[in-house]
Design a protein around this ligand. Structure first.
Ligand SMILES: [Fe+2]
Length: 241
């Protein structure tokens, strides 16, 4: 029982034996551990990395063929040019009062984003790739504006256990250097870089898949809109802010 995957199964077994409050604490610990371990290239971290990743995969609340990586990438039909423009306009308004939050600015949704958050069109796109997910109705605008802002590898809280992430705008300055990008981090130490263009949407299981955004540089700006989904039938109070 010394290899990481056996340890991962034991962690998942432990999770099943706990009360809901204890489960939430264990999930938090696993999430924090994943944030440090999963992107760590040190061979000494391999056992821990595999154990945490395996436990999170087993605990993934969605029934998909492969919970790793992204479940969808594309431009959904409902996101017409007009809708995208109206969201970019709404983001501009929301951005004026967005508050600094960790390594980005956070703005709650607006009327247009909130309407999409509970729309049939968005639910259909999610259902086509991840069965059994239900909208939380929570939409958030995220703004990366100051040089160095980004998000280190992490696992999201339960209200974003399924994350629909929509790229609205990405201003990239001239000069050398790679633009900021979304990354997925995997148990074997590999990663996937996702350089999204405005209007592109990705869906991933953010509650169990470690992900990050590399820091922006001077003159770079990224505006994102995210929608949170939860497992169908989950007690809503666990998923509301
Ligand atoms: Fe996240």
């Amino acid at each position: 029982m010394s290899d990481g995957s056996a340890l991962g199964r034991r962690l998942a077994d432990l999770h099943r034996s706990l009360t809901p409050a204890e489960q939430a604490n264990l999930k938090l610990i696993l999430g924090l551990s994943a944030g440090r371990l999963v992107p760590d290239k040190d061979p000494g971290s391999e056992q821990g990395r595999r154990a945490v990743s395996e436990a999170l995969e087993i605990l993934c609340p969605y029934d998909v063929a492969d919970p790793r990586g992204i479940q969808y990438r594309g431009r959904p039909d409902f996101l017409t040019g007009d809708v995208l423009t109206s969201l970019i306009d709404e983001a501009r308004d929301v951005g004026r009062t967005a508050v600094p939050f960790d390594e980005h600015y956070l703005g709650c949704g607006g009327p247009i984003a909130d309407r999409i958050a509970t729309s049939r069109e968005l639910a259909d796109v999610v259902a086509s790739v991840v069965p059994g997910a239900e909208a939380t109705g929570i939409a958030s605008y995220l703004f990366y504006r100051d040089p160095g802002q980004g998000i280190i590898p992490h696992i999201d809280t339960d209200i974003f256990s399924l994350n629909v992430l929509m790229m609205l705008a990405h201003e990239i300055p001239q000069g050398p250097g790679e633009p900021s990008a979304l990354y997925m981090h995997f148990a074997d130490g590999t990663e996937q870089r996702l350089q999204l263009t405005p209007g592109e949407v990705v869906i991933f299981l953010a509650g169990t898949q470690a992900h990050s955004r590399t820091p922006i540089r001077a003159g770079e700006r990224v505006t994102i809109l995210t929608f949170g989904f939860m497992p169908q039938g989950a007690p809503l109070e666990n998923y509301r802010r």
